[in-house]
Design a protein around this ligand. Structure first.
Ligand SMILES: NC(=O)C1=CN([C@@H]2O[C@H](COP(=O)(O)OP(=O)(O)OC[C@H]3O[C@@H](n4cnc5c(N)ncnc54)[C@H](O)[C@@H]3O)[C@@H](O)[C@H]2O)[C@@H](O)CC1
Ligand SMILES: [K+]
Length: 496
C-alpha cells in the first residue's frame, strides 16, 4: 500500500523528528536525496548547467543545498531568487561557498539550462502561484530543460490535488518523508511527472493516511480464489439490471465484466436478454422485477438503463445484499434511498454524474476530485467510486464520531485508453462480482478499478481499444496480479 499524508500530519511528524536530530539535519537529508536524483538525471554532473528557482521558504532551502552539492561536483549552478532578501540564508551561503551564483537574468539562465530545480513552494504554498512566480513556471516549462520539482510542483495543492492557475510542470518530483495526496490525485498528479520518494525517517506508522494506493500485492491478497468446496453461490451470484431496448450493449458489457470478474453466475434482468444470451449462454435471464429474479449476493444496476430506472432501483435497494449503482441508476437516486440501507451501497459516477448528484458543475468536480468524492460519500452515506484518469474510492461517510475520516483510495493503474464507451459498464460488472464474492465496498471498488486499469493497458498496448477488449483482458490482468503479488510484491508500472 502506498500512503499519502496531508500537510498538517507531515508538519507534526517533521517537528517530532527534528526535535531528536541536530539542527538542519532533516533538510540535509532532503537535499542529499534531491541532489542524487538530479545527478542521476544529468548523467554527467561536471560541466552541466543547473538553474534553481528559489522561493522564500524551506522548499527553496532544499533547492539551494542540493544546488551546492551539484556545484561541488562541477555543475554550473545559478539560483533565481524570488525575493532576494528572504531566500534561505544557510542554503544561499552554502551555494556560494560551493561556487554557485545568483542569476542576474532569469530568462537567459533558463534558456541555457540542462536541468531546472523548482524550489518555489512546497507544502507551505497556498492558493496557486503568486504573480512574480508565474513567468518563472512558464519559462521553466518552455526551456526544454529537465524540470525537477522539490517536494511537489509549485502551484499545486498538496492536500487536495487542486491546481489553481499556472503551475510548474515537472518531469520528476522528488518528495520528502511521504507522498502527499496531490502527487497521486489529478489534476495535480499530472504535473508531478515521475515521483521519487526520499525517506526522511518520519514516524507515521500510527497515523491514518489521507490517501492510499493499492499495489499488486494488496490486490492479490483481496482477490477471491475458489476452493475445492466452491459452488456458484460461494463464488457469488451477481444480479445485473442494465441495458434497454435502446442500449442493449450495456447489458452485454456489464455481464461480461461480472463473468470475467469471477462471478459464480450472473442473473440478468432487463430488455437486453437476447443480446446477453447470444454472447453469454451461461447467463441466467429474467424479465423482472429484480426481487423476483432469484437469489443473488450482489446487485449491479444502471448501465444503459435509460429513463425508466426508477422502479427497478427501488426494488434492488430494498434488498439486503450489496448494491452497486452506476450510470442511469444514479439519476433518480436520492440520499434517503441509500442512507438507511444495512448492506453496503457502492455508487460509481463519472465526473458529470457526480456533479449532478452534488448539484455543482462538472468542472468543479474535475478540479477538486478528492473533495467531491468525500462529499458524495458523506451525502449518501455510501462508498463512492469516482471514475476518471485517477479513479478515487471514498469510504461511506457521514458526520459524527462513527465516521472518522478514513483514507480515500486512488487507483494507480488507469490509462487514458479506458476513456471509451462502455468501459464503465465493464467496471460495474467486475466490481459487482467482487461484491458478490464477499469483498467490502471499498475493497471491491478499488480492486475492480485496479484490475480494470491493468486490463485496459493490456488490451490497449499503446493502441485504441473497445470496452469488450477490456473485459476480455481481465483474466490476463487477474493472472498478472495474482502471480506477481505472490512472488514479488511490487508496484505497477507507471508514474505514480
Ligand atoms: N520542515 C522540515 O523539516 C522539512 C521541510 N522541507 C521542505 O520545506 C518545505 C516547506 O517549507 P515552508 O514551510 O518554508 O514552506 P514553502 O517553502 O513550501 O513555502 C512557503 C514560502 O512560499 C511563499 N509562498 C506561499 N504561497 C505561495 C504562492 N502561492 N506563490 C509563491 N510563493 C508562495 C511563502 O511566502 C513562503 O515564503 C517542504 O515542502 C520541503 O520542501 C525539507 O527540507 C525537509 C525537512
Ligand atoms: K516545489
Amino acid at each position: 500500500m502506498r500512503a499519502a499524508y496531508g500537510v498538517e500530519t507531515v508538519r507534526t511528524a517533521e517537528r517530532e523528528l527534528m526535535a531528536r536530530l541536530p539542527e538542519g539535519a532533516l533538510m540535509q537529508r532532503a537535499a542529499a536525496g534531491l541532489a542524487a536524483v538530479c545527478a542521476g538525471l544529468l548523467g554527467r554532473v561536471y560541466g552541466s548547467r543547473v538553474v534553481l528557482l528559489v522561493g522564500s521558504g524551506d522548499n527553496g532551502g532544499d533547492a539551494l543545498y542540493a544546488g551546492a552539492r551539484l556545484a561541488r561536483r562541477g555543475a554550473g549552478v545559478a539560483a533565481v531568487l524570488l525575493d532576494a532578501g528572504r531566500a534561505h540564508r544557510g542554503g544561499l551561503a552554502a551555494l556560494r561557498a560551493a561556487g554557485g551564483s545568483v542569476a542576474g537574468d532569469a530568462t537567459a539562465a533558463l534558456a541555457r539550462a540542462d536541468l531546472v530545480v523548482d524550489g518555489i513552494t512546497g507544502i507551505g504554498g497556498r492558493g496557486g502561484l503568486r504573480d512574480a512566480a508565474v513567468p518563472l513556471a512558464r519559462a521553466a516549462r518552455e526551456s526544454g530543460a529537465v524540470v525537477v520539482a522539490v517536494d511537489l510542483p509549485s502551484g499545486t495543492e498538496a492536500d487536495s490535488g487542486e491546481v489553481r492557475g499556472e503551475c510548474v510542470r515537472a518531469d520528476v518530483t522528488v518528495t520528502f518523508g511521504t507522498y502527499k495526496p496531490g502527487l497521486l490525485v489529478d489534476p495535480a498528479r499530472e504535473y508531478a511527472g515521475a515521483v521519487r520518494l526520499i525517506e526522511l525517517g518520519l514516524d507515521l506508522g500510527a497515523v491514518e493516511a489521507d490517501v492510499e494506493a493499492l499495489q499488486h500485492a494488496d490486490v492479490a491478497a483481496l482477490l477471491p480464489a475458489p476452493g475445492a468446496g466452491s459452488d456458484k453461490y460461494r463464488r457469488g451470484v451477481v444480479g445485473v439490471v442494465a441495458g434497454s431496448k435502446r442500449y442493449p450493449g450495456a447489458a452485454v458489457l456489464a455481464v461480461a465484466g461480472a463473468l470475467r470478474g469471477g462471478a459464480g453466475a450472473v442473473r440478468y434482468v432487463g430488455h437486453g436478454a437476447d443480446a446477453v444470451i447470444a454472447r453469454f449462454p451461461e447467463a441466467l435471464v429474467h424479465a423482472g422485477p429484480p426481487s423476483e429474479a432469484g437469489r443473488v449476493q450482489a446487485w449491479v444496476i444502471g448501465p444503459g438503463l435509460g429513463e425508466d430506472a426508477g422502479g427497478a432501483l427501488g426494488d434492488v435497494l430494498a434488498s439486503d445484499v450489496p448494491v452497486l449503482v452506476d450510470a442511469d441508476g444514479l439519476r433518480p437516486l436520492e440520499p434517503e434511498m441509500v442512507r438507511g440501507r444495512d448492506a453496503p451501497t457502492l455508487l460509481t459516477p463519472h465526473a458529470g454524474e457526480a456533479a449532478a448528484l452534488l448539484g455543482v458543475s462538472r468542472e468543479e468536480v474535475e478540479a477538486g476530485r478528492l473533495v467531491a468524492v468525500r462529499e458524495l460519500a458523506a451525502l449518501y452515506g455510501a462508498t463512492v467510486l469516482l471514475k476518471g484518469s485517477t479513479t478515487l474510492v471514498a469510504p461511506a461517510g457521514g458526520t459524527g464520531a462513527g465516521f472518522a475520516a478514513r483514507p480515500v483510495r486512488v487507483n494507480p493503474t488507469g490509462t487514458p485508453w479506458l476513456a471509451t464507451a462502455g468501459s464503465g459498464d465493464v467496471l460495474s460488472g467486475l466490481a459487482g462480482a467482487l461484491l458478490a464474492a464477499g469483498l467490502g465496498a471499498m475493497d471491491a471498488g478499488s480492486a475492480a478499478a485496479y484490475l480494470h486499469g491493468l486490463a485496459g493497458r493490456l488490451a490497449a498496448g499503446g493502441a485504441p481499444v473497445g470496452a469488450m477488449d477490456v473485459a476480455d483482458a481481465l483474466p490476463g490482468a487477474w493472472r498478472g496480479v495474482v502471480g506477481r503479488g505472490r512472488t514479488a510484491p511490487g508496484t505497477p508500472s507507471g508514474t505514480v
